[in-house]
Write a protein that binds this ligand. Structure first.
Ligand SMILES: O=C(O)C(=O)C[C@@H](O)[C@H](O)CO
Ligand SMILES: [Mg+2]
Length: 382
């Protein structure tokens, strides 16, 4: 079998889907994208196409290593996202050729269902109690929200109290009938991370995500020394070569690689296995589309340390497109009592509605995250 064509489709709300065709008619789908840089990743995929055309899609490991190593420069958000989407599509092809879901090709199920969580609250966390109440009726009991709005490197007690009040209200409303992670989203600098984490400790958030920016990962062990709240991170790290230093330094309790940013299934499987060796839980990051989520689930169902899976249904980014808009087998993505069952169809387990994708790609927006500013006019971490 040979790869004959790669086609990228940028689609609302902010995703990009990749179709890889072969000379035997088997087609694989991937989701190579960096939110806000879809066109850049699209170009990176197109630059890899001349190498891939004519290759045997079954040789995923060789294609992965060659895409990673043969260009001399390697790693980073753009190249690893391009490789990620191509890798996902190659595993989709392999599964379809073998007539098996990817998890069967990776040694079979390690669990019968996977725990999911849902975002609440939006960019500027609000209406959280109402949103949790609604989603709780739908069976979710685990949530994630932004921990703060923009925050200065040094900020006021009022800002700290505002963040703590929001969390106190959640616990007052729901007690321990729900769990919630707080995403600091890189908005919090190290000086304020210590203050916030100390004040939030009594409310026992399930985890605090990106307590500081990924480039400040040396703070994870120091923060972990001062708090019992599990520290989670990973969406802005792109290969096992980045994660190895973080794992070895300690402090990380939950690793959150993004299957569409960190090299795809081939790489995230390795990251998951490395994390397990350090007793670190796996909770893949996935605020993206259905192909990315399907790839996450294929890794979750073969990874013992997988504990939680993010999904983007109802997320505040999905304006103009929702998770299942481009999926034919919507019923397979049903979440019951906060859990999802394995995707059992061959390949990634998602049947892409190609007509819908092509139609939607005709007017795909160039999504960009907002640029926030502090009161003094300096740019704020979003
Ligand atoms: O889902 C998360 O954990 C996020 O932090 C969302 C962020 O990754 C946005 O997708 C960036 O555009
Ligand atoms: Mg996050």
């Amino acid at each position: 079998m040979k790869i004959t064509k790669l086609t990228t489709y940028r689609v609302p709300p902010r995703w990009m889907l990749l179709k890889i065709e072969t000379d035997e008619g088997v087609v694989g789908w991937g989701e190579p994208v960096i939110e806000g840089r879809a066109r850049t990743v699209e170009t990176a995929v197109q630059e890899m196409e001349p190498f891939l055309i004519g290759q045997d899609p079954a040789r995923i490991n060789d294609l992965w290593q060659t895409m990673y190593r043969a260009g001399f420069y390697r790693g980073g958000a753009i190249l690893m996202s391009a490789i990620a989407g191509i890798d996902q599509a190659l595993w989709d092809i392999k599964g379809k050729v073998m007539g098996q879901p990817v998890y069967e090709l990776l040694g079979g199920l390690v669990r019968d269902r996977m725990k999911m969580y849902s975002w609440v609250g939006g960019d500027r966390p609000s209406d959280i109690i109402e949103q949790i109440t609604t989603l709780k009726k739908g069976g979710f009991d685990t949530f994630k929200m932004n921990g703060t709005e923009e925050l200065g490197m040094l900020d006021t007690s009022a800002k700290v109290d505002e963040a703590v009040r929001r969390v106190a209200e959640i616990r007052a409303a729901f007690g321990n009938t729900i769990e919630f992670g707080l995403d600091f989203h890189g908005r919090v600098a190290a000086p304020m991370a210590k203050v916030l984490m100390r004040e939030l400790e009594p409310f026992r958030p399930l985890f605090i995500e990106e307590p500081v920016l990924a480039e400040q990962a040396e703070y994870y062990p120091r923060l972990a020394e001062m708090t019992s709240i599990p520290i989670a991170a990973g969406e802005r790290m792109y290969s096992r070569f980045e994660f190895k230093n973080v794992f070895a330094a300690g402090g990380l309790s939950i690793v959150q690689p993004d299957l569409s940013h960190a090299g795809g299934i081939t790489e995230c499987l390795k990251i998951a296995a490395m994390a397990e060796a350090y007793d670190i839980a796996l909770a893949p990051h996935c605020p993206l589309g259905p192909v990315a989520l399907a790839a996450c689930l294929q890794v979750d169902f073969v990874s013992y340390n997988a504990v939680l899976q993010e999904q983007s249904m109802g997320i505040h980014y999905n304006r103009g497109g929702e998770l299942l808009d481009y999926v034919i087998n919507k019923e397979d993505f049903k979440i019951t009592d906060g859990y999802i069952k394995p995707l059992t169809k061959p390949g990634l387990g998602v049947e892409v509605d190609e007509e819908r994708v092509i139609a939607a790609s005709k007017n795909a927006p160039d999504w960009r995250n907002p640029v926030w500013r502090h009161a003094d006019g300096s740019v704020a971490e979003w």
